[in-house]
Each structure stands twice: as C-alpha cells, then as structure tokens.
Design a protein around this ligand. Structure first.
Ligand SMILES: NC(=O)c1ccc[n+]([C@@H]2O[C@H](COP(=O)([O-])OP(=O)(O)OC[C@H]3O[C@@H](n4cnc5c(N)ncnc54)[C@H](OP(=O)(O)O)[C@@H]3O)[C@@H](O)[C@H]2O)c1
Ligand SMILES: [Zn+2]
Length: 381
C-alpha cells in the first residue's frame, strides 16, 4: 500500500542526545536552523511527534513564517500542515499547546487508548483513530496517505518514534542537525535507541546533502537497506526508482521493452546495475546486471533484484529468461513495478514463476507508470 514520503527530522548533540534530563527543553539548534525547520514544515502536508514529546516540550508545531503560510494558501493548501501524534495509552492532556494552535489534528492510538483519548480531547475537534491492539506504524502511514491525503510527512521526534520508524524500514529520509554541544548525561533521551536496524551494523545510509546552517551542520541521509520478505521498505522504493531511471536510459527499440535493474545486497550495498540492450542489442536489464557479478558472490542469496518490469519468464532471444537467471544466481527476493503486458509474450507471469520457486516478489504498482513511460510506443492505445 502506498505511504507518504516519511522524513525524520531531529537536532542532535555531538554525543547523540536529543535533550538533557532537566525539566526545561534544551534548545539544541540556533535561529538559522529553526528557520530551516520552518521551511521544511511549510513544505510538508503533516507533522508528526510522539506523545512523549508533547508532554516533555509542549510544542506548537506551527509554520511560523507568515509568508510561508500565505504561500501555502496561494497553492490551495491548508494554512498549516496537519498535526499528528501517536499515543499507546491515550493519556493526553487537553491543555497542551498542540491542540489549541494551528490547523487540523489527528491522534493515532490503540483500541485500548482510543476511549481515553476521545474523552480527554472532547470538544477540541481532534480526530482520534484507533489502529488495532498495538500501535501499527504501517496502518498509521496508510491511513495518513489514503484517508488524509498526506503525501509528505515530517516526523519531529522524539527518540522512540524515530527509532521505530527507522527500524521498521519506514523512513525515506533522515535530516539531522548536528549541533556543537555535548550533553554527557547517560539518562538523557537519545536520538536512536538500541535494537535491530535494517541491513545490520554494516549498512551505510546514502549521504545526499551536507549544509552549514549557522553553527549547525545539516546532514541528509537516505536509508539503503532493502526490506525483508514480502514487505516493502522505504529503501525498496528508492532502489526501484533507480531501476525506473535506468529504464529511461535504454537505447530505444520497437521490438523489446526498456527495463532497468539493480542488484542490492542485504546491507544496502549496490552490487550491480543494468538496463536493456546495455551490452548487446538483445540483452535484458536483469541479465546485464547479473552478468557483472561473480556467480559465487556470497551476497547473492540475501540480495534483492529491483527491476522496473517483472523478470521475463520466456524469451526468444536467449535460452534462459531472466526469472531463470535470477533463480540460478540464488537470489530470493525481487521488487518490481510493472507486470509484463501481453505485447510480445502472452501471459508472461515471471513473478508467478519466481513465487512458485519460493522467491519473495514484491510489486509496487505506484511505480508502474514510471516503469511503463519509456515503453509508451509499444503499448498502443
Ligand atoms: N532534539 C530534537 O530534535 C527533539 C525532537 C523531538 C523530541 N525531542 C526530545 O525527545 C524526548 C521525547 O522522546 P520520547 O522518545 O520520550 O517520546 P516520543 O517518541 O515523542 O513519544 C513516545 C510516545 O509515543 C507513543 N508511542 C510511540 N510508539 C509507540 C508504540 N509502538 N506503541 C504505543 N505507543 C507508542 C507512546 O505514547 P503514550 O505514552 O501516550 O502511550 C510513547 O510514550 C523529549 O526529551 C524531547 O525534548 C527532541
Ligand atoms: Zn528478461
């Protein structure tokens, strides 16, 4: 199911803390960075914080600049982003600034927390949404996307919320403002807590930007570790986007599809990429990518193949179709955007062939349009 683009945003001390243990909120960022955050908020459809941050900091979470609010209105968007919080227990103080400022608000909670939250917030016009016996993050994101129309979600903490979204592979981007101070208190809240992160300790996120903002350094990272099994992670979507970009680079053809493929190790390392007709006039994308790898590469059995079009099940140009090449390489997971139309081969169903052999095939139809784009001339009316 489609999710909003999830951007985790935090200011962090040099020793990795979000706050100190004192009763007052520790202001980590400077004025220039608060203004940068205001701009990111203005670009977002919704801002989410955990109930812990509401209790600790009593934030308003507004777009403070009148010009930015006016620009939102001029674009036909609400003046303020939707404000979202999550609470397991539903124990929410109606006197907090969060409820009385800005635009619309929604609380995601558990079945048990919902009656309590509804009673506490009665008359404040807040939408209380139970998502099941536990706080189910994919359900929260699906509801925000499908029911609230949220496409870009900014998450402003705290540590528990950031940790879960990253660990569950649901974060598309991390924006860290590294601030030049040291907290030094072991009990202070950390940005990321213990537990397993996608791809393990060897996973490296991709650095996409660094920018000095006053005495703070903004660092933007994109998670890279593929998801697990049949579940799609945010990083899966980024890799599939790359496959779609590669498809657009193929030499044009009237007799074959333009497809892009990327092979990625479980720790998020890109192993190989390829596109249709890259090495010779009939090569396929997955074939071109896999040909660049040693068949004995020990990372292949836990790797994921991303292909803009589902791997082919039959082909005239070579003895082995891509689905078979993938099985022979020992790859157990494939993510694709688009199921093969009947243009060249009736009922191709490479995904079915792979699934029947125990490969997890994840289809992300929201990328189908992008995958089909370089093939418009083959698809007729
Ligand atoms: N430096 C920064 O950029 C920054 C930004 C934000 C926050 N902070 C700091 O972070 C600290 C707060 O962080 P935090 O980790 O304590 O709180 P948090 O992540 O803001 O919120 C945690 C709360 O959210 C609810 N929740 C989250 N995941 C849940 C789950 N899986 N199941 C059930 N409930 C869940 C629970 O609410 P209930 O308790 O209601 O059940 C939980 O207590 C504060 O010190 C704040 O100053 C710093
Ligand atoms: Zn093929």
């Amino acid at each position: 199911m489609p999710h909003p683009y999830v951007l985790l945003s935090a200011a962090v001390s040099l020793d990795g803390y979000l706050d100190d243990t004192g009763p007052e909120r520790l202001r980590l960022s400077g004025p220039a960075d608060f203004d940068r955050v205001d701009e990111v908020r203005a670009q977002s459809d919704a801002i989410l914080v955990g109930a812990g941050t509401l209790r600790a900091d009593n934030p308003r979470l507004l777009v403070n600049s009148a010009e930015r609010r006016a620009a939102r209105l001029a674009e036909g968007r609400p003046e303020y982003p939707l404000k979202v919080t999550v609470s397991g227990g539903g124990d929410l103080d109606p006197a907090l600034n969060f409820w009385s400022t800005g635009g619309e608000k929604v609380v995601y909670t558990t079945d048990k927390g919902a009656p309590k939250a509804t009673a506490a917030l009665r008359g404040l016009g807040v939408d209380v949404v139970p998502v099941g016996p536990e706080l189910d993050w994919p359900a929260v994101l699906e509801h925000l996307h499908d029911v609230r129309g949220i496409r870009r979600l900014m998450v402003e903490g705290g540590g528990r919320v950031h940790t879960q979204l990253l660990q569950e592979g649901l974060a598309d981007e991390l924006q860290l403002a590294l601030t030049p101070l040291l907290v030094g208190q072991p009990d202070a809240p950390r940005l990321f807590g213990p537990g397993g992160y996608p791809g393990g300790v060897r996973n490296r996120m991709r650095l996409v930007e660094t920018r000095p903002v006053g005495d703070v350094v903004l660092m933007r990272y994109v998670p890279t570790a593929p998801g697990a099994g049949g579940l799609a992670s945010a990083a899966d979507r980024h890799w599939l986007e790359l496959a779609c970009e590669l498809a657009a680079q193929c030499p044009p053809s009237r007799t074959a599809f333009s497809v892009g493929a990327v092979v990625v190790a479980s720790d998020g390392t890109e192993l190989a990429r390829g596109y249709s007709r890259e090495s010779d006039p009939v090569s396929h994308a997955e074939e071109a990518a896999l040909a660049k790898l040693d068949p004995a590469d020990p990372r292949l059995p836990t790797a994921t193949v991303y292909s803009s079009l589902e791997p082919c099940a039959r082909r005239a140009s070579r003895p082995a179709p891509c689905a078979r090449l993938i099985l022979e390489a020992g790859v157990r997971r494939v993510v694709t955007a688009w199921c093969e139309p009947d243009t060249f081969v009736p009922s191709a169903d490479g995904s079915g062939l792979l699934s029947a052999r125990g490969v997890d095939v994840v289809v992300l139809p929201e990328y189908g349009e992008r995958a089909a784009e370089p093939n418009r001339h083959l698809l007729g009316g």
